[in-house]
Design a binder for this molecule. Structure first.
Ligand SMILES: [Mg+2]
Length: 421
């Protein structure tokens, strides 16, 4: 049965590995990345060589030096790590589109229909690991998890470090998932563990056997239901969180650094942003379009106010209106599309006009087909030309949303999670 729906990739000791990648003399040595050069701070990332001395993320630097006098300390360089993040995104996307970057070093990909058998999923996971190693660097190792849902794929990714690959099928849950420690599940810290104990839950096995009503009481919200579904292996969507915008930007490949090329890429970005908007359950109140000639902030930006819109045809028409006002003498290097003014769709009535209703339905059908068959199985006509203009698999960047998602989605400057062994 084809039940493997998600691939989750977590970089191992990311900042420390990044320094070993950037500074070859650090390879094979105990390295700790620190925020500033003082003994009173603590290590924010620790290489596997340094872990052998008992040094961990969070270890005080003074103590770390005592534990390992040969420890090499490096001051963190976040811009470099963000650059590497983008290289990793591009490498992964030569094999699979990324559904979402959960942090600077964690990525979730939804497997298309033909990758969902165990063997096919393992094969695609090997190719992703290979792409990161060969396109970015062999120092940057990663652990990959494959599972029926995004949550279990992250759990699986955490099971073997460094350089692991773990497949967690529905049939494996009793003998692989159940024996884990509660603390191995993302989101269960010390406080949550105490609360679980008050309800008599001390093991993952007991948690999996807890009825949804009790789960709701424990989590004091419907999040408990989501946990129950996750632990059963159901592929439920992540609950939308409050956020300000959905957007994508892309550095144009050399052959698309033209007026037409930029437009084609933006249409592709808009398709992606619109699908994401619908997946999160929002409508947008504004679209902004930007072109940069240097790769930094946009040199030209245009925008237009929308009603509460979430269908791709209406967004495409709005884009064309904005695009018509661009200066014609730009040499575009980077293009961006942002949808602002997001509103939860529950609060929005269906559009009054029949053709608009149809556009909404068509967009949803497209999303459903693409979720099964891959992100470019079905698309609107405006996107067709990019398929001729460029190789199909352009690595579209998926930049972590810095301000958007609260603690569940730290931005590019947050320390990588899950680095503790
Ligand atoms: Mg990590």
């Amino acid at each position: 049965m084809a039940t493997t729906r998600w691939l989750y990739l977590d970089m191992n000791a990311f900042f420390a590995s990044a320094e070993q990648h950037l500074q070859p003399e650090l390879r094979g040595r105990p390295v700790a990345v620190v925020p500033t050069m003082t003994d009173r701070t603590c290590c924010i990332a620790v290489s596997y060589e340094a872990r052998q001395y008992g040094i961990r993320t969070g270890t005080n630097v003074g103590l770390a030096k005592q534990l390992c006098p040969a420890l090499r300390l490096v001051e963190g360089r976040h811009e470099q790590y963000v650059q590497l993040h983008h290289q990793i995104v591009a490498a992964i996307e030569t094999v699979l589109p990324i559904e979402r970057a959960w942090s600077i070093d964690e990525f979730a990909c939804r497997l298309s229909l033909h990758h969902r058998e165990r063997e096919a999923a393992l094969e695609v996971a090997h190719r992703v690991k290979e792409a990161v190693a060969t396109r970015v660097g062999p120092c940057l190792r990663c652990s990959v998890g494959l599972a029926p849902n995004r949550f279990l794929a992250k759990v699986a990714a955490g099971m073997r470090k460094p350089d692991g690959l773990t497949h967690l099928g529905l049939d494996d849950l009793p003998h692989i998932l159940h024996p884990l420690d509660l603390g191995d599940l993302p989101g269960i810290g010390r406080q949550m563990r105490r609360r679980l104990e008050r309800y008599g839950v001390q093991t993952v096995r007991q948690l999996c056997a807890t009825p949804p009503e009790t789960m709701r009481l424990i989590w004091r919200s419907k999040v408990g239901d989501q946990w129950a579904q996750w632990l059963r292996g159901e592929d439920v969507a992540d609950r939308p969180t409050s956020r300000g915008s959905v957007g994508h930007s892309h550095v144009l490949p050399p052959e698309l650094r033209t007026d037409d090329g930029a437009r084609a890429v933006m249409i592709r970005l808009l398709h992606k942003a619109a699908a994401r908007l619908r997946r999160l359950g929002y409508t947008a109140g504004r679209i902004d379009v930007g072109v940069s000639q240097t790769g930094d902030g946009p040199d030209w930006r245009g925008g237009v106010k929308l009603g509460r819109v979430q269908d791709t045809p209406t967004l495409l028409r709005a884009f064309e209106t904005v695009w018509a006002s661009r200066p014609r003498d730009m040499q575009p290097l980077k293009a961006s599309i942002t949808l602002h003014g997001l509103t939860a769709e529950q609060g929005v009535s269906m559009p009054l006009f029949a053709d608009h209703q149809q556009a909404v339905r068509a967009s949803r059908v497209m999303d459903a087909v693409n979720a099964e068959l891959g992100p470019t199985a079905l698309y609107f006509a405006g996107m067709h030309e990019i398929r001729n203009a460029a190789p199909l698999r352009i690595a579209f960047t998926n930049i972590p949303d810095v301000a958007a998602e609260g603690s569940r989605d730290p931005g590019p400057v947050a320390a990588p999670r899950g680095d503790l062994p």
